[in-house]
Write a protein that binds this ligand. Sequence first.
Ligand code: CP
Length: 321
Amino acid sequence: MNSFPSLLESISDLNKIQIDGLLSLSNKFKHRESESHLFTYRRPIIATSFLENSTRTKHSFAIAIQKIGAMYIDFNAETSSLKKGENLEETFLTLFNQGVNLCIFRSSISHQLNQFKNSPPIKIINGGDGINEHPTQALLDLFTLLELSLDLEGKTIAILGDNIHSRVCHSLINLLPMFGMKIILCGPTSFLPDASTLPPGVQISTNRDETILKSDFIYLLRIQKERHLVSDSNEILSDDKIYHTQYGVSLELLKKINKLVPVLHPGPANIGVEIDLALLKSSLYKGYLQVQNSIPMRMAIIQSMLVNNDKNIGNVHGEEF
Ligand code: CP
């Protein structure tokens, strides 16, 4: 594999060769062809630091860290000296000087890690930053799509829901076209980005049924109310029943339009809003497969970053005297 970045903030930090390498390593981890306890003698130390709630990302990283034989520290930002005004760089440098090799960081602030692009104080993986990106979710989604269909070239995925506030959507639209996929972002106008800002191969639509009929996969997103501005509110968005009727997806709908395709969801799912219970309990729903695949993909990402041999980590100095 090409040298792996020491800061994974965005899908754009990776090239196709590195992504192919991650897919191949994930596959080996999933099918136990690769030794998972790689660091038995000199165990790296890896911390998670989540400044926002998480069930899937934080715990799958915690499991992946332990499966590759590293030591796991849950750095509790809420009770840390960040609360006494220490800045993020000093916090990361303190962890680095305590011997922590890598930190998985989640924040509600978009682009918060961008300040470390040129000289990371510690190796860092973005576990989701505001509405910007969630690169490891998109990578495990790609791994899942490839399990469902060996060749994604020319296939269409409908990403339905709150696209504009979704960091997962922002990572997917940069990742999936690299594998030949076409994407239709669908939702009410206020959930759709300006079409002129989108990468080639990505379109927008406000018509749910027409979008689903053109698609080979459906990817549902929850309404991310915590990221909405007061100006975003309107009747469709504030009434779950109206939203479900116009933009939610039910098993009954898929049967009615005869489009029984795999349905993915990054979670957490809001039953009765973007998805109904019958669809979530059906074999079309692949959300639990995504959760299963999160472990081998995150093992692959961690291992690739740990072994990148970047000697500049932690060398964040000012003027020399
Ligand atoms: N998919 C995802 O990021 O879920 P969590 O918020 O539970 O980590």
